[in-house]
Design a protein around this ligand. Structure first.
Ligand code: ADP
Ligand code: MG
Length: 695
């Protein structure tokens, strides 16, 4: 049946519906309500102050407005009482709309301003009860309301009218005996996990009979979404494992590596040893490695990456380390160069900002194989960059890179191994979805002797005491970071504020101390000077914007003061805080915030209570949502209708288990029992495969 013939639709509305992707009647089945409205008797209204209520009533009196700014007043009643509903605007049209003795469903909210003899409702919407279908619909005590965005909102439709159209569509669909909702999951899964069948779930999430129908149906539909996401991930992973031979490194060649480890001033932690052996096993295998390396700030990921790269070098291969920013590339370059220069490793830095002559020379070194470890930014993936023998790719802070960029770097070698490092721990739900095709190594232990950073939250007016405390620590020979926020949207203002505050700190508050400033807007070689001074203890206090977030390592600095802390994300605060607590002394992180918002304060309180980066990441994701946390709002993976990753991790884990089991046993989904999966996959998911990362 064509949409325009559906009751209440017509050609104009059919057109608008097509603009939101509803072009045939069955597409109504994919809608998910935004909220539910509960029908309540007028006498019970005062117990439902949240506003999501409907009354089913008859119009008993109409008072037309005497002045244009007066409302059109309706008095309505059901068997239990009388309510007054003032409706503003609409003029003469209202006379046609509302007639004495007509029956209506009104959506309203109990007004604070009670009439003496009737309850008063703030009007939200109405629906006339004038046909058989609506009569059927109002038998449901809970009725759905849908998100009416875009075209629908612009053109014509009131929420309850839309609900009616959906109900009519459902009636039409389910009245037709030939029509069947194709089940998308194997019966075995439905049974073993006690999930509703699809038809049931779709009906009951829209028109629940009892309230619990909503959640059980939602969970079933969420399972569906996550299951198919994991099917895609499992397919992708299977494809990776079976397509093309990777390099099989001989992990027994320990020449340069052991020389390197012998020169380290510390012993590797057990966790570092464990992940190194996981990586080396992968590198030894013919399959090409796709591994995610997770570890909290300061857990020593860099060393792990270096040893992996030296493993490649022992086998005669080059490694590339790609970083999202020039500063980070620079930082890694210095660290890795310092670590490996003594043992004759040639480390090269390639960035966009280098002069042409320098660049040509570097490119030639990469091409001849003279360069062993090449560190760089996006500059690495330019066409001109040719490697001699690229065997290992290390990606730092990968979520800033697109899939294509990674694939492009990979093409520069002959199926090289890939190690992806995250600077921020990733909540489990994300590592099972966005990075679901990667194997995961976790460094779950910090080097010994680290004293946890004491973190406190202070208000603006407490700053004099904080400054005295800082002065005291400086007198003992310690150094201090003071951080000001700088975000893109208000970059100029932020920078100005930081500079003004720097002057105040330097001249008014700490005239007796040596105060310097660095910020992100200068090139790395310009900022180096102040940073170098701070490193050499020629400065006591370093004022900075977030530039020091990445990999700066100055153990004598033991205090970090963060201004306007509420403007940072939790994970970002955690990264910042990771810059202190690197020495033998007790370190402090002081968060300053004057936000009166309780929400904000309890968020910052999390920082005071834990230094566990994984826990903080989980909280951060809860607060900001996965898309935001992940840094790419458009990431199509999170376009769920029913899933909420923050509360559905149990469903996710089950869905993943089932999906991986199925693909392992039947990689092409050829078996009869998997036919529903195969059919549904081809129909609805095939085109989304590209969303899954190719490492
Ligand atoms: P991450 O990148 O994981 O935040 P880094 O690799 O920058 O951490 O290491 C943080 C600091 O800890 C560095 O100064 C590093 O030299 C040091 N470090 C790394 N591994 C160990 C270890 N096993 N024992 C002591 N210090 C270590
Ligand atoms: Mg690091």
């Amino acid at each position: 049946m064509e949409l325009k013939y559906l009751k209440g639709v017509g050609p104009k509305r059919a057109e608008a519906l097509s603009k939101i992707g509803i072009t045939d009647i069955q597409q109504f089945l994919r809608l998910v309500p935004r909220i539910y409205l509960k029908q309540v008797p007028i006498s019970r209204l005062r117990f439902h102050s949240d506003g999501n209520v409907l009354i089913n009533c008859t119009i008993t009196e109409i008072i037309k407005p005497r002045k244009t700014n007066h409302p059109y007043k309706l008095y309505v009643s059901d068997n239990t009482g009388i309510a007054e509903i003032p409706i503003f605007g609409g003029g003469e049209f209202r006379t046609k709309q509302f007639r004495l003795n007509d029956k209506f469903l009104f959506w309203g909210k109990l007004s604070d301003n009670h009439n003496k003899w009737a309850l008063k409702l703030d009007y939200r919407d109405h629906l006339k009860i004038d046909d058989e279908n609506v009569n059927e619909m109002v038998k449901f005590r809970l009725l759905p309301v849908y998100e009416l965005s875009g075209e629908l909102k612009k053109t014509w439709i009131r929420p309850l009218l839309f609900t009616k159209i959906v109900f009519n569509a459902f009636t039409e669909i389910f009245r037709n005996s030939k029509f069947k909702v194709e089940e998308t999951l194997p019966v075995a899964i439905l049974d073993s996990l006690s999930l509703r069948n699809l038809e049931d779930a779709i009906r009951r999430i829209n028109f629940p009979i009892v309230e619990s129908d909503i959640e059980t149906s939602r969970r079933r539909l969420a399972f569906d979404e996550l299951f198919y996401l994991e099917i895609m991930i499992a397919l992708r992973k299977n494809f990776q494992n079976t397509s093309g031979k990777g390099i099989s490194f001989n992990s027994g060649l320990n020449k340069i590596q052991s020389e390197f480890e012998g020169k380290l001033p510390f012993n590797l932690t057990n966790a570092q040893k464990k992940v190194i052996s996981e990586i080396k096993n992968d590198m030894a295998s013919e399959k090409s490695m796709n591994r995610l390396l997770q570890g909290d700030v300061g857990s020593g990921k860099t060393i792990v990456a270096v040893i992996s790269m030296l493993n490649a070098l022992d086998n005669g291969y080059q490694s590339a380390l790609m970083c999202p920013t020039e500063i980070l590339a620079q930082q890694h370059y210095i660290t890795i160069k310092n670590l490996t220069e003594k043992i004759g490793v040639n480390v090269t830095l390639l960035t966009g900002g280098q002069r042409k002559v320098v660049r040509e020379k570097l490119l030639s070194g990469i091409k001849t194989g003279e360069s062993n470890i090449i560190i760089g930014t996006h500059a690495l993936i330019q066409d001109k960059v040719e490697f001699n023998k690229l065997g290992l790719i290390v990606i730092d802070e990968q979520h800033k890179f697109g899939v294509m960029q990674r694939a492009k770097l990979k093409e520069k070698g002959n199926n090289p191994d890939t190690l992806i490092m995250t600077a921020t721990p990733i909540p489990r739900t994300l590592s099972l979805t966005v990075y679901g095709n990667l194997d995961v190594s976790i460094i779950d232990e910090l080097p010994v002797g680290r004293i946890p950073v004491k973190t406190v939250l202070r208000r603006e007016e407490e700053k004099p005491e904080v400054f005295e405390f800082i002065r005291g620590e400086v007198k003992k020979g310690r150094q201090v970071y003071i951080i000001f926020p700088l975000i893109e949207e208000s970059e100029k203002l932020d920078l100005k504020a930081a500079e003004t505050n720097f002057e105040i700190l330097k001249n008014k508050i700490f005239p007796d101390l040596r105060v310097g400033m660095v910020h992100g807007r200068v090139l790395w070689y310009e900022k180096d000077e102040e940073m170098e001074k701070f490193k050499n203890k020629e400065l006591d206090i370093l004022v900075a914007t977030t530039v020091i977030e990445v990999g700066i390592d100055i153990p004598n600095a033991n205090i970090m003061l963060i201004e306007d802390a509420h403007r940072f994300g939790l994970s970002q605060l955690h990264q910042l805080r990771g810059r202190v607590g690197r020495g033998a002394e007790q370190s402090y992180c002081i968060l300053i915030s004057n936000s009166g918002d309780e929400h904000v304060n309890s968020r910052l309180q999390i920082m005071c209570e834990t230094s566990d980066g994984f826990k903080i990441a989980e909280e951060d994701m809860k607060l900001r949502g996965p898309g935001e946390f992940f840094g790419t709002k458009q990431s199509g993976i999170f376009n769920f209708s029913c899933t909420d990753l923050n509360k559905d991790s149990d469903i996710l884990i089950k869905a993943r288990d089932e999906a991986f089991k199925i693909i392992e046993a039947d990689p092409m989904l050829r078996m009869d029992i998997n036919k529903p999966i195969r059919d549904n996959f081809i129909k609805n998911y095939k085109d989304s495969l590209y969303l899954i990362q190719i490492a």
